[in-house]
Design a protein. Structure first.
Length: 222
């Protein structure tokens, strides 16, 4: 049904989230991110956007990602039909994959990233996303978002959503830059369209305007 990656840029502290699915509006349903809190992906057979919103609140309160995952899943009778990934601005990520989600399903995590998916062509999708994300070493000048694109593209190339891929989304948040929130809600080639949007959003003249907007580090910038 959905594949996603949450990641933290070790150089800049930026937090990123990317996802794709064989359904509509993956960005609206799945991804949450806030520069002063962290990032989440909520997905599954009975996706709970409530989980995503609550996880951001708890991250902002200083709770750890593993503790948040444990608290949200423990209190939800439908948790076996849902999947959750959480990553804060520091520390390990946390994840949950309910047993009632369709196979192939699962999650992987490591230093500064969490990868999750369900209703996948195979678990190789997750392994390829991890391999490609770790292979693409951090570089300056905005390459963090490209690492997320590469990981998502690798998952899709490995089979992705068993039904095909029709929507994709990218979010990147930082304390010293305005948020980037791009979505392709239904298209035959959503990742290609999303990458085109990203290049347009990070190139003049749009980027010239974005780079003057307020940030958490400089809230009066204009």
């Amino acid at each position: 049904m959905t594949l996603s990656i949450l990641a933290r840029d070790p150089d800049t502290g930026s937090l990123g989230a990317a996802a794709a699915t064989g359904n509509l509006a993956v960005g609206a349903w799945v991804l949450r991110a806030a520069a002063d809190a962290g990032a989440t992906a909520t997905q599954g057979m009975s996706v709970s956007s409530i989980w995503g919103d609550e996880a951001i609140v708890r991250l902002r309160d200083g709770q750890t990602a593993p503790d948040i995952v444990e608290a949200l899943t423990r209190g939800d009778a439908g948790c076996e039909h849902r999947q959750l990934a959480v990553l804060g601005p520091s520390g390990p990520g946390g994840a949950w994959t309910g047993a009632e989600n369709r196979d192939a399903k699962g999650h992987l995590s490591g230093d500064g990233y969490v990868i999750a998916g369900n209703w996948l062509a195979s678990t190789r999708v997750l392994a390829e996303m991890e391999r490609v994300y770790l292979r693409s070493a951090p570089e300056p000048q905005g390459a963090f978002a490209d690492r997320l694109f590469q990981a998502l593209a690798a998952g899709i190339e490995a089979g992705g959503d068993a039904r095909g891929t029709f929507s994709a989304a990218l979010r990147v948040v930082s304390r010293n830059a305005p948020p980037l929130d791009l979505r392709v809600d239904y298209d035959d080639t959503p990742l290609e369209k999303l990458r085109a949007l990203y290049h347009r959003a990070t190139s003049p003249p749009y980027a010239n305007w974005i780079n003057r907007l307020p940030t958490l580090e400089d809230p009066t910038r204009f």
